[in-house]
Design a protein around this ligand. Structure first.
Ligand code: NAD
Length: 484
């Protein structure tokens, strides 16, 4: 399909309000994961492009953007949100081609991007400081101020949602941003820049430099003139980012991986739980940080629930993004190889059910049939490590204490859910589970613009989304005035 090069050149960087050829003149191939075909080229930005982007952002902070009242920044974000909504179909088609998302999921991501811009647009003038009682003769108050230049390094799995939550919140607080999208999926990041331009966002406020992680990404995270880093991605790269941030003593938010459990007790409403149990695992082909990859099920209902889960799995259809089935391809051949490697390592496990790859699916695309594994020991590799593919494991338990212990037995702590009608158990479990978000009788994989989100343990630290994010994207100044 033709990529919407209609609005913007796909092989350029967006720096200082202009589409610029990368300093090296080099490009990277752009693959459609549904077909495995190369459908274009993207810019291979490097340290020079990053440096130019940081300089543009610094200049923007000193100019019109730095002086703009908060309500006007908010109005600008809300305007961007309206432009996104007017282009939902086009954005969805771009994302479907670039990431392989089934169209309805790509549409949902575009609508979520608009929602983030609306939310943070409305919040921009509602972040307040406070007055502090102090010594006689003093008036003391606090000011919430932007960090300055914020760096945003994002992955390929939910580009629009992650840009919305991170850049949206940073702009609301008056920061100027340098965005390094993933090399596998940067088209909607460029579209975001085009939308900002159309909305009248001053030049230099939003800069987008596509490129490789170890080139453009490393140059950005180690740049001496950035003031905050927001990173979403894998644990190994997150570790590098935190080290780079330490060298320059800048704050960093790490949104990393997960192995999120759903605990299903024997008094749960299984009819209500079933769609969540499966969808939260296979959404976006399981390439979701908050994917629920572990189903921890009470033994008394284990066999009947497994049967119903398996029936749902057998009905799942996998195919090209434009066919808009339940599941699309994985992002790349590399990712497919990683998931296949995990499945091979789980060769000893019982395959309870598999979905089906649709008959006319291109063999050169990166497809994996969703796979449900049963009777998995909680300490098995497949029950501990993030697979990042459409694979769920079912782990039986006998008691509440055991269920909680299994839930807490990985290095991650991102999201969890508990299915039970017992109110006391809901409260106990919500407190005992180590995770940034706990859902009771529902599961929100990635959803909820308003809900603070982030991890503990290897899932990272800091919070994005919701009002909480605005504190992370700002710094607090205390003013103590002596007036006698
Ligand atoms: P990744 O860590 O490989 O890449 C993420 C970003 O970092 C990309 O833009 C990449 O170019 C960049 N990068 C790579 N090497 C770098 C380096 N040396 N220096 C600076 N930047 C570098 O992750 P991925 O494979 O793109 O994404 C999948 C991972 O992201 C999974 O682990 C998933 O759980 C996680 N994720 C987390 C969240 C969350 O909110 N917690 C959301 C989505 C994805």
């Amino acid at each position: 399909m033709p990529l919407s090069a209609l609005w913007y050149p796909t092989d350029k960087c967006f720096i200082d309000g202009a589409w610029q050829t990368p300093a090296s003149g080099a490009t990277l191939p752009l693959e459609n994961p549904s077909t495995g075909q190369i459908i274009g080229q993207i810019a291979r930005g490097n340290a020079d492009d990053i440096d130019a982007a940081v300089s543009a952002a610094q200049a923007a902070r000193l100019g019109e953007w730095g002086r703009m009242p908060a309500f006007e920044r908010g109005r600008m974000l809300a305007h961007m949100g309206r432009i996104v909504l007017a282009h939902v179909d086009a954005l969805a088609e771009i994302e479907a081609a670039d990431v392989g998302k089934p169209l309805k999921q790509a549409r949902a991501d575009a609508v979520a991007l608009a929602r983030y811009l609306e939310y943070y647009g409305g919040a921009a003038d509602k972040v307040m400081g406070e007055t502090i009682p102090y010594l006689d003769g003093y008036t003391v108050y606090t000011l919430r101020e932007p960090h300055g230049v914020t760096a945003h390094i994002v992955p390929w799995n939910y580009p629009m949602q992650i840009i919305g939550r991170s850049v949206g919140a940073a702009l609301a607080m008056g920061n100027a941003c340098v965005l390094k999208p993933a090399e596998e999926a940067c088209l909607t990041a460029l579209a975001f820049a085009a939308i900002a331009d159309e909305a009248g966002v001053p030049k230099g406020v939003i800069n987008v430099v596509p490129g490789l992680g170890h080139e453009a990404g490393a140059a950005l995270s180690s740049h001496a003139r950035i003031n905050h880093i927001s990173f979403t991605g894998s644990v190994p790269v997150g570790t590098l980012i935190q080290k780079a941030a330490a060298d320059n003593v800048v704050p960093v938010t790490l949104e990393l991986g997960g192995k999120s459990p759903q605990l299903v007790f024997d008094d749960a409403d299984l009819e209500a739980a079933l769609p969540f149990l499966v969808n939260a695992g296979i959404q976006n082909a399981g390439q979701t940080c908050s994917a629920s990859s572990r189903l921890i099920v009470h033994r008394r209902i284990h066999d009947q629930l497994l049967e119903r889960l398996a029936a749902r799995y057998r009905a799942l259809r996998v195919g090209p993004a434009m066919a808009d089935l339940d599941i699309g391809p994985l992002i790349s051949g590399t990712q497919k190889g990683i998931v296949a490697g995990f499945l091979a390592a789980g060769g000893d496990l019982e395959i309870a059910a598999r979905g089906e790859i649709a008959a006319d699916t291109p063999a050169s695309g990166h497809y994996i049939a969703p796979t449900l594994l049963a009777g998995v020991p909680h300490d098995h590799l497949l029950a501990r490590d993030e697979i990042f593919g459409p694979v769920q494991v079912v782990i039986p338990f006998e008691s509440e204490d055991e269920a909680i212990a299994i839930a807490n037995s990985t290095d991650f702590g991102l999201v969890a859910s508990v299915w039970t009608r017992d109110g006391g158990r809901q409260m106990r479990a919500a407190k005992a589970i180590r995770a940034g978000q706990v859902f009771l009788n529902n599961y929100g994989a990635g959803g909820g613009v308003e809900l603070p989100f982030g991890g503990i343990g290897k899932s990272g630290h800091g919070r994005e989304k919701g009002f909480e994010a605005l504190y992370g994207f700002s710094t607090l100044k205390t003013v103590a005035a002596f007036h006698g």
